[in-house]
Design a protein around this ligand. Structure first.
Ligand code: VGL
Ligand code: ZN
Length: 322
């Protein structure tokens, strides 16, 4: 009879942690998800029990886990907002969208997010948000349909599908173009298991700043359902542009009951006055402001090592028998 123990952890305290029912349930749920992620295996116990007639091998896997499941949401880090048709450097705040790329890359490389979401502003050529398409949509304008309207003006369209207030942007992020591609230096996680891509603003007749909903909340993207499938509890929002798609995504995440962090130094925006107003709004809604260099410590501090409840019971029973 042999007992090979490959870890010197205090098993009794692990057992105690497992008695916390809520966390035991979460382990049950996350075991399925973690089972193929070997980087999450924190400790391994191998017990070999043999008699003359048979040999039983027990393998007990300790999983690195926590009560929080964390997602990084990288909003619209696309050429159009950096060097393209809607480059932020040419907008009133003169912020440089490219500056978020190394900051977000460092987050991806150093923090073990459970899920990484990339959002893409992804418009068809006849999209409602383009100033150049105003000429085809004048009949839906509310008020004087012949009035002079400029680029970046706010207009209200009463149709064709929905009534909506719309800023008229220059044509940008047309589906499949280089303008709509993610910045070439942005690290794009290739893992199919925990990487989500959300394409928004795809309906010609409604814009979508948020990665969760269109601007009038008529249609939901699949993001909330996918985060729920992953049992995500906390989201960290970063990217472009602070005062439009980033804030809209963060506000919806908060409304959908995710604990929401706005990674302040990993965002760039369009206009200083709107950036300030939207930041104030986010604070009032309980969205937490964090700097990118604080994220790793926050996530690591919530992590602890635990062995799955049922395996722990098997181990205890087995050691008792031995
Ligand atoms: C955005 C303006 C138009 C953004 C998208 O990503 O913030 N801004 N479309
Ligand atoms: Zn857009």
């Amino acid at each position: 009879m042999h007992l090979l123990l490959k870890d010197k952890r205090v098993l009794v305290s692990e057992f105690g942690l497992c008695l916390n029912r809520k966390s035991a349930i979460r382990r049950e749920l996350s075991l399925r998800k973690y089972s193929y992620k070997w980087k999450n295996v924190d400790s391994l116990f191998i017990i070999v029990f043999s008699t003359r007639t048979c040999c039983i091998i027990f393998v007990i896997v300790g999983l690195k886990s926590s009560d929080y499941i964390n997602a990084l949401i990288i909003v619209d880090v696309q050429n159009c907002f950096i060097t393209g048709n809607l480059a932020l450097v040419t907008s009133p705040a003169h912020e440089d969208g490219a500056e978020v790329v190394p900051i977000i890359n460092k987050l991806i490389q150093t923090v073990s997010f459970d899920v990484i979401v990339y959002t893409h502003d992804w418009h068809p050529p006849d999209h409602i948000s383009f100033f150049e398409n105003l000429q085809y949509r004048r009949q839906y304008l509310e008020g004087d349909q012949n009035k002079t309207i400029h680029m970046f003006d706010n207009v209200t369209y009463s149709g064709p599908k929905f009534k909506t207030v719309q800023v008229l942007w220059p044509t940008h992020c047309i589906q499949g173009t280089d303008d709509a591609a993610l910045h070439k230096d942005l690290i794009v996680s290739s893992s199919k298991n925990n990487t989500i891509h959300i394409y928004k603003g795809i309906d010609p007749d409604i814009d979508s700043y948020s990665a969760f909903w269109d601007n009038e909340k008529h249609q939901k993207t699949e993001l909330d359902a996918m985060l729920n499938e992953w049992r995500v509890t906390r989201v960290f929002v970063a990217g472009l542009a602070t005062d439009y798609c980033v804030v809209a995504t963060a506000v919806d995440a908060k409304d959908l009951n995710y604990t929401t962090y706005f990674v302040e130094d990993a965002c760039r925006g369009v206009d200083n006055a709107t950036i300030a107003a939207k930041k104030e709004d986010m604070k009032n809604r309980g969205i937490v402001f964090i700097q990118s260099n604080q994220v790793k410590a926050l996530i690591d501090s919530a992590s602890y090592n635990q062995i799955h409840f049922t395996l722990m019971i098997s181990f205890s029973i087995f050691s008792f028998i031995l």
